[in-house]
Design a protein around this ligand. Structure first.
Ligand code: NAP
Ligand code: MG
Length: 415
């Protein structure tokens, strides 16, 4: 009894919040980890104020996916959200969860409503070295997730014949008609498009995020070959930079750097990291997988969706880790890495703190991240990381719950 009273008295006052954080819960193993993180690392220390949306598949089914839209609108209203990984239903999930419809990817819905760009960055620790030895700092990839090959119209040309590119304006006037190729044998055709409005949003998100994180921004296309398509991306980026961001960049001492995509690839490999690399849709798809693999582990990859008008949604880059969840359901011990999900919370809390002028909250985010890194540096880690550490480093694999408890001890000692 006395012991409890002393403990109560010793309790430090919890950190206050003013604006609620939009909290989007999710599915499977990450949903389990979500609760552990809140119970162990957040609620004991923060007067956590969230507006809660359950994006778990059962609730999406129950609300006919309305909950996803409500969550996205709340993100728009309040500005900052934190999201747990969610199942994107496929045929197998429709059966597993007895769904009335194959609901769309929540991430796709939220991205469309916020008109945002996704930025992915790895969490680095000393004992796990990137495959590219000179990379010392994270490389953040921004992918323009709209159009190009992903919305292309394709045709398998069966026989000899002529293909033309034709454009008819809204009044029905044919104002462009040019031969693409006069086929002397079967072949293939593809028509791609993009929109100025989408490229502009992409550019604004990239410049905003560069300012936000005080990092240089690189952008690359193949404009020497693609003299209209890629050239348009290059020109729009330059125009927006000159008009809206040049001064702020100079003030912060950061740069905007445009180069050809092949030159960019060579420079990225030779670089130390520490910048944002903006990529067109296909380049971003491919390069983000390459960069994240070279940095080590998908479980250590953070992700943030940034809208052109500065709304943020923080999450882990990985999915719901289904394989681990099935083991968890069988009562087996699971060692799922919570790092990227913890960083989603710290990122969102830091941003909320910055927007509301709450230094304690900003401080807390930094201490939480430091506690995670300290734990890993002490050789305590989840199973996925143990195989990646440098030879000679002593590392012990623990389960998720133990890992989070070890972080809590280190966090409590910093507060
Ligand atoms: P995943 O959940 O990312 O997991 C793939 C594999 O990567 C796991 O089986 C595991 O490998 C490893 N892994 C990923 N995260 C890990 C972590 N935190 N700790 C340890 N290992 C980790 O991808 P998936 O299995 O392809 O997809 C599962 C579900 O997630 C799908 O329903 C998909 O729709 C959804 N998903 C959601 C999002 C999102 O919400 N943003 C993103 C991607 C996928 P081992 O099994 O070898 O240990
Ligand atoms: Mg990919």
């Amino acid at each position: 009894m006395l012991y409890i009273m002393v403990l109560e008295e010793m309790k430090v006052e919890k950190i206050k919040m003013t604006t609620p954080l939009v909290e989007m819960d999710g599915d499977e193993m990450t949903r389990i980890i979500w609760k552990m993180i809140k119970d162990e690392l957040l609620l004991p220390f923060i007067d956590l104020k969230t507006e809660y949306y359950d994006l778990g598949l059962p609730e999406r089914e129950k609300t006919k996916d309305k909950v996803t839209f409500d969550a996205a609108y709340a993100n728009q209203k309040y500005g900052v959200s934190v999201k747990c990984a969610t199942i994107t239903p496929n045929k197998q999930r429709v059966e597993e969860y007895n769904l009335s419809e194959m609901w769309k990817s929540p991430n796709g819905t939220i991205r469309a409503i916020l008109d945002g760009t996704v930025f992915r960055a790895p969490i680095l620790i000393d004992s796990i070295k990137p495959a590219v030895r000179n990379w010392k700092k994270p490389i953040t990839i921004a992918r323009h997730a709209y159009g190009d090959v992903y919305k292309a119209t394709e045709f398998r040309v069966p026989t000899n014949g002529k293909a033309n590119l034709v454009f008819t304006d809204k009044d029905g006037n044919e104002i462009f008609n040019k031969e693409i190729y006069d086929f002397e044998c079967p072949g293939v055709l593809q028509g791609q498009y993009n929109k100025d409005s989408s490229i502009r949003s992409f550019a604004h998100s990239c410049f905003n995020y560069a300012i936000n994180t005080k990092q240089d921004l690189w952008f690359a296309t193949k404009d020497t070959i693609s003299k209209q398509y890629d050239q348009t991306f290059k020109l729009i980026f330059q125009e927006i930079f000159d008009e809206c961001y040049k001064e702020k960049f100079e003030e912060l001492g950061i740069t905007y750097f445009y180069t050809l995509i092949d030159d960019a690839v060579a420079r990225v490999i030779r670089s130390e990291g520490g910048y944002i690399w903006a990529c067109k849709n296909y380049d971003g798809d491919v390069m983000s997988d390459m960069v994240s693999t070279a940095f080590g582990s998908l479980a250590m990859m953070t992700s943030v969706l940034v809208s052109p008008d500065g709304k943020y949604e923080y999450e882990a880059a990985h999915g719901t880790v289904t394989r681990h969840y099935y083991r968890y359901l069988k009562g087996e011990d699971t060692s799922t890495n919570p790092m990227a999900t913890i960083y989603a919370w710290s990122g969102a809390l830091r941003k909320r703190g910055e927007l509301d002028g709450l230094n304690d909250l900003v401080d807390f985010a930094g201490k939480l991240e430091k506690a995670c890194i300290d734990t890993l540096n002490d050789g305590i880690m989840t199973k996925d990381l143990v195989g990646l550490v440098e030879p000679g480093v002593k590392a012990t694999a623990v389960n998720t719950a133990t890992f989070i408890k070890k972080i809590r001890t280190r966090l409590a000692s910093k507060l």
